[in-house]
Design a protein around this ligand. Structure first.
Ligand code: URA
Ligand code: CA
Length: 434
């Protein structure tokens, strides 16, 4: 087989076979096929697309390029959730304990944040002592015992995807739905879950800015999952504004605790109940989505979800006293209010830019090497559609330095107040199942 012939085949719009895709991915991973040939191929894919079969083959070839996590020693149907990136997206912190409380095994592999998006591990590290560097065996034991554990990303998960993603980044081929869908799905499948619930974000803060693109990406991922034997469904949710009120690590842990107590923001609570119902249903812990939702609502009301959070934190070395006393987490030295400059209605809270403002405070990483400040971040006081009066606070800014002019300016630029009434955005745009 020669790579040049395969590039030509895709350039001319023909379908690559399973063996041809395996040849390309294994050759690229081991270095026998050079970057320049793979970049020509990805550009051909960008223009020609991929068939459903090619997408599934590409996904599995990338899964097989590295380690695959074996969760077979965990009892029950393992369901994973994946968000396609967001700002202030506290759902994983809520969903883990919530669905574990109704008996769904959660064996979660999580990552760190970069740029305007946060990472679950960073957030959890706001809890003193909590660590994710655990052996596979302990990880499995914890899930069997408590129904929930989180482990850091294995270094050798889908190396083909790592290499391909870096190449796409510098060859203008990131924005290809078949390539994005197989990239995301390869990581989820290698992480070992039996079933996958996807939260595909749409809007300014999301990877996919339009609803049509988000739907197309969701469908592509759902098809790949089901074609390779993992029950997969997707919810399409709004990321035109940040989710909930809190953006920042300790602040989001506090928000998750509030939500598990039934006192959280409405949007975050609703999205968690929706995603959670699908997880419980796919795990066969309920016979219908309605029954699943009822079980989750009960777990909030009777305190078992909050109790599960305590068990989860302490079993991985964390100080569970923060659940009753969130002020035991790192606290910022200063807080400032961002006051509205005029009367009106909040019309826009551009999520990615607001995420960048939180990053400038130190809540996120500008580069992979940056260190983060777990205490700092933003609490939105208003969301889109809310009425606001001049002088009222739009955002509380928690900082460890006094000069926050740059952050203030960025927030004013990206939180727009209109003199005419504005409707709150739709939270959930649809669900894609097969
Ligand atoms: N996120 C991924 O993991 N892969 C892509 O290709 C795009 C976004
Ligand atoms: Ca939030």
């Amino acid at each position: 087989m020669r790579m040049v012939d395969l590039i030509e085949k895709k350039r001319d719009g023909q379908e690559l076979s399973t063996d041809e895709i395996k040849f390309i991915i294994s050759g690229y991973t081991d270095g026998t096929i050079p970057d320049y040939q793979v970049s020509a191929l990805t550009m051909a894919i960008y223009f020609r697309g991929m068939t459903e079969k090619e997408r599934a083959d590409l996904t599995m070839a990338m899964v097989e390029s590295g380690d695959q996590i074996d969760l077979s020693q965990i009892e029950g149907i393992k369901v994973d959730k994946h968000s396609t990136g967001g700002v202030g997206d506290t759902t994983t912190l809520v969903l883990g304990p919530l669905v574990a409380a109704v008996g769904v095994p959660i064996a979660k592999m999580s990552g760190r944040g970069l740029g305007h998006t946060g990472g679950t591990i960073d957030k959890l590290e706001a809890v003193k002592g909590f660590h994710v560097e655990i052996e596979n065996e302990e990880f499995i034991n914890l899930v069997n015992k408590n129904k929930i554990a989180v482990i850091g990303q294995s270094g050798n998960l889908t190396p083909a995807d790592k290499k391909l993603y870096a190449l796409r980044d510098v060859t203008a081929t990131v924005d290809s739905i078949p390539l994005i869908a197989s990239s995301i799905m390869s990581k989820k499948i290698a992480a070992g879950a039996d079933a996958i619930v996807l939260d595909v974000k749409t809007g300014a803060g999301a990877f996919m800015k339009t609803l049509d693109d988000s739907k197309e990406l969701a469908k592509a991922m759902v098809r790949i999952g089901n074609n390779v034997g993992r029950r997969t469904m997707a919810v399409i949710s709004d990321m035109s504004q940040p989710l909930g009120y809190a953006i920042g690590n300790a602040l989001e842990v506090k928000e998750a605790i509030d939500t598990l107590k039934g006192e959280g923001p409405r949007d975050l609570t609703e999205l968690c109940l929706t995603l959670g119902s699908h997880m419980v249903y796919l795990a066969e812990k309920a016979n219908s989505l309605e029954e699943a939702r009822q079980k989750l609502e009960n777990a909030i009301l009777d305190g078992s979800a909050l109790e599960k959070l305590k068990v989860f934190l302490s079993s991985q070395g964390g100080d569970a006293s923060i659940v009753d006393n969130p002020s035991n987490m790192p606290q910022a030295n200063y807080s400032f209010e961002l006051e509205a400059k005029e009367d009106g209605y909040v019309a826009e809270i551009i999520a990615d830019e607001v995420g960048t403002a939180a990053m400038l405070l130190g809540a996120g990483r500008a580069t992979k090497e940056s260190t983060i400040d777990l205490a700092v971040g933003l609490i939105l006081k208003k969301k889109i559609g809310d009425q606001v009066q001049k002088g009222e606070s739009l955002v509380t800014i928690y900082s460890n330095f006094e000069n926050i002019d740059e952050v203030r300016e960025k927030l004013y630029e990206n939180i727009k107040v209109s003199s005419t009434k504005v409707e709150a955005p739709i939270l959930i745009y649809g669900e894609i199942t097969e």
